[in-house]
Design a protein around this ligand. Structure first.
Ligand code: C5P
Length: 217
């Protein structure tokens, strides 16, 4: 049994990787199973929220009582989020959004050249969805995620400041990636709040409780 700490609240989340087209058979993507975002969507629904999950391509079933919007690339994820962010009370950005898209995707399969010359790809920086939502006047309370390979507190707090969000959840990428368990640290303007190493669902439930206690009415 989970306490209904988010009853009557509208929660929007992103989860999973995004997938940027190179050609009809190749993509540029991030390593993300989507498990943490899906666990959070489930935990928010258990807590009584009305939950919409904008998800990149993952191999996970949609949690009970959650509305899932399936997207592939960052541009589509952004459009799906921006269409709904104004109505949300809380936005939790868990997706591992590709930082770059391909500016010159090929409509036909790129072929290996006889001279061994590799293809030339131009990259474009993708929109920062979380920063855009955070900048919306009267927008939802925003929580970000920061997966780092070291200097967790430093990088997480810098991201929190740069994106202008009240809270960011840090974890070590090498720990969390493809793993069942996770060890999270919440960073806000009062400092850091470490959570125990536990399953992603348990961590998600704890995090939802922490957020619910701070969410403005
Ligand atoms: O600094 P970085 O972009 O890695 O911060 C990660 C956080 O920002 C995550 O919450 C992620 O979901 C979000 N993000 C986003 N759009 C991007 C890149 C990251 O919403 N283009």
């Amino acid at each position: 049994f989970q306490p209904k700490t988010l009853a009557g609240r509208r929660v929007l989340l992103t989860a999973g990787p995004t997938s940027e087209v190179i050609d009809p058979v190749r993509v540029l993507t991030n390593r993300s199973s989507g498990r943490m975002g899906y666990a959070l969507a489930r935990a928010a629904a258990e807590a009584g929220a009305d939950v919409t999950l904008v998800s990149g391509p993952v191999a996970l079933p949609c949690p009970d009582g959650v509305e899932r919007i399936a997207v592939r690339n960052a541009a589509d994820m952004r459009a799906a989020v921006m269409a709904r962010a104004g109505q949300a009370d809380l936005f939790i950005a868990v997706a591992a959004v590709a930082d770059w898209g391909i500016a010159n995707p090929s409509s036909t399969k790129l072929k290996k050249q006889p001279d061994g010359q590799p293809p030339h790809l131009d990259f474009v920086q993708n929109p920062d969805i979380l920063a855009e939502v955070a900048a919306l006047p009267g927008g939802p309370w925003c929580v970000g995620f920061a997966a780092e390979t070291g200097h967790l507190a430093e990088h997480a707090q810098a991201k929190r400041a740069r994106k202008g969000i009240p809270a960011i959840v840090g974890n070590l990428a090498q720990d969390a990636m493809d793993a069942e368990d996770t060890e999270l640290v919440i960073f806000d303007d009062t400092g850091h709040h470490p959570l125990a190493r536990q399953s992603k669902l348990q961590a998600a439930r704890q995090l939802v409780g922490w957020i619910a206690a701070r969410l403005p009415r």
